[in-house]
Design a protein around this ligand. Sequence first.
Ligand code: NAP
Length: 271
Amino acid sequence: MSSTASGHGPFDLTGRVALITGGSRGIGRAMAVALASAGASIAAMARTATDLDDLVAEIGPNHAIAIAGDVNKREDNERAVTETVARFGHLDIYVPVAGTNRRKKLLDITDEDYDVIVGTNLRAVYAGCQAAVRAMIPAHGGAREVSGKVITVGSLASVQGVAPGMTAYAASKGGVALLTKALAVELAPHNIQANCIAPGFILTDLNRAFLSAEPRKSWVLGRIPAGRFGAPVDVAPTAIYLAGGASDFVTGQVIAVDGGFLSGSDWNQGQ
Ligand code: NAP
């Protein structure tokens, strides 16, 4: 592991700086808290300032800043990187988590729906990575002493169609997975690793109502070998692993955190 030169352990993020989009709620917030608990300083970006302020209060203002912005605006992504480096001196870990979905079947989805879903979930990841990676590479002024990390967030829909009404979302999340693999290849010479976490069914604001309705709830639970939905805290520790020296020889991977969903089929039906 090349990035333990500081003498800290492979899961210790002391001195490292992470920028997390969508860090104010759900999976992104749990990742922000987890990375902070491992020692990282956190810059969290989202549109709603009050949610960000809550996060900064939880982590503590010495180790967290709030950046109000929209990932769909290139200038906001660039400002987020600038503010992060201005506050903490450098950027080591970029975690674009912000995402959205509108479940509509192909014949109902509008161009505006498609643009919002693919824009937020995929185009913004690409634009955000451009801004963040530029700041990580010394030739572009980056000041990184440890391995750099890009941790994207895919989905079950990065690898399968999952259910009706997912065409635009699956297009975006499949794109995120392969964007990550291509980044891994391109950034390896810079000692930057890029990996994608693919959460399964995690209860958050994004899907709580959708997953609570029967018979859907029972259908989904019957296909999760763990027998339950996940929580954001189930996903967050994988981000600690992918953010630190522990994963310096791991790159280009899509890691499912899904209670076994992708490994099974009608799991409970065979009991
Ligand atoms: P969530 O609870 O709805 O949180 C979404 C976060 O993204 C919020 O902080 C939100 O803050 C921010 N956000 C949304 N649009 C934004 C924009 N245009 N600019 C800046 N920030 C924006 O969602 P979640 O369930 O945690 O999902 C997080 C990620 O995990 C998404 O990429 C999602 O696709 C993925 N995922 C979720 C699940 C699941 O089961 N929940 C499964 C697989 C993948 P503001 O609204 O204030 O901007």
